[in-house]
Design a protein around this ligand. Structure first.
Ligand SMILES: C[S@@+](CC[C@H](N)C(=O)[O-])C[C@H]1O[C@@H](n2cnc3c(N)ncnc32)[C@H](O)[C@@H]1O
Length: 241
């Protein structure tokens, strides 16, 4: 493992070890050790066909891997950069691989689906393209869930627009990064806020078709108004092409 991967791994290992909530907070706080999980991204369950193969990249404590394996009778492989974060997945005996998503140890198109939920937001901004290319290489269909900085949970943009400049001022002098890039958070990980249409166009540089959808059923009229957007990414435009 390179030094950068080691540092990233150390951060997540210590969150998984020291924080009983595994980095979660507020109304979505979970306690994986006691079996208290947050709801899965139910939009994934609507899209995934039964009896398929699936790789959950950055699986964490298994919020999505475990329900997908159970509800869809899918063959789920979970992977993560941290053993501590993924302890509850391994305790459930799901096949697990310790790896960095930028170098997945799988062949091209190994899985029918690749799920990557709330992970890319924590990746350094300069790695995002390389990471998306790697996800595309391994999954036939990629289901990428990203928190929406304009959603209700982010107070419709208020939190990112406050946190970005505050952290930027605090690290002034040792960072040439733009205000909303690689924002360090108190728990040790970093965050990048992507506006949904901008993230979609990043994905469109790699995939032939990208369809934004609801990560969770919601009454709002457009996925870009929800807390999390599910991007359904394919390499073909489907039967109507
Ligand atoms: C916020 S948690 C999300 C967990 C889970 N996907 C979910 O939606 O609940 C982010 C997870 O990504 C993992 N992670 C962070 N960087 C990673 C990387 N470069 N490669 C693989 N996993 C990574 C962390 O260890 C952590 O478990």
């Amino acid at each position: 493992m390179g030094q950068v991967t080691k540092d990233q791994r150390k951060t997540w290992e210590s969150i998984g070890e020291d924080d009983p909530y595994c980095g979660t907070g507020g109304p979505t706080r979970v306690v994986p050790k006691t079996g208290k999980f947050a709801q899965p991204d139910s939009g994934l369950l609507d899209v995934i066909e039964p009896n398929t193969t699936l790789l959950d990249v950055g699986c964490g404590y298994g919020r999505n891997s475990v329900p997908i394996a159970e509800a869809k009778k899918a063959f789920v492989v979970a992977c993560d950069i941290s053993l501590n974060m993924s302890r509850s997945v391994r305790e459930r005996h799901l096949p697990f691989v310790l790896c960095d998503l930028r170098k997945l140890p799988f062949r091209r198109s190994s899985f029918d689906y690749l799920v990557c939920s709330v992970v890319l937001i924590h990746l350094k901004r300069i790695w995002i393209d390389e990471a998306i290319a790697e996800l595309k290489r391994v999954g036939k269909e990629c289901l990428i869930v990203m928190p929406n900085p304009l959603g209700r949970a982010s107070l419709f943009g208020f939190i990112p627009f406050l946190v970005g400049p505050v952290m930027w001022i605090r690290r002034r002098g040792n960072s040439k990064l733009p205000v909303f890039s690689d924002i360090p958070c108190p728990r040790g990980y970093l965050v990048n806020f992507y506006l949904p249409w901008m993230f979609r166009s990043l994905l469109e540089n790699h995939f032939e078709s990208v369809t934004p959808s609801y990560a969770k059923r919601d009454r709002v009229p457009h996925p870009y108004m929800t807390d999390r957007v599910l991007y359904i990414c394919n390499n073909s435009k489907g039967p109507m092409g």
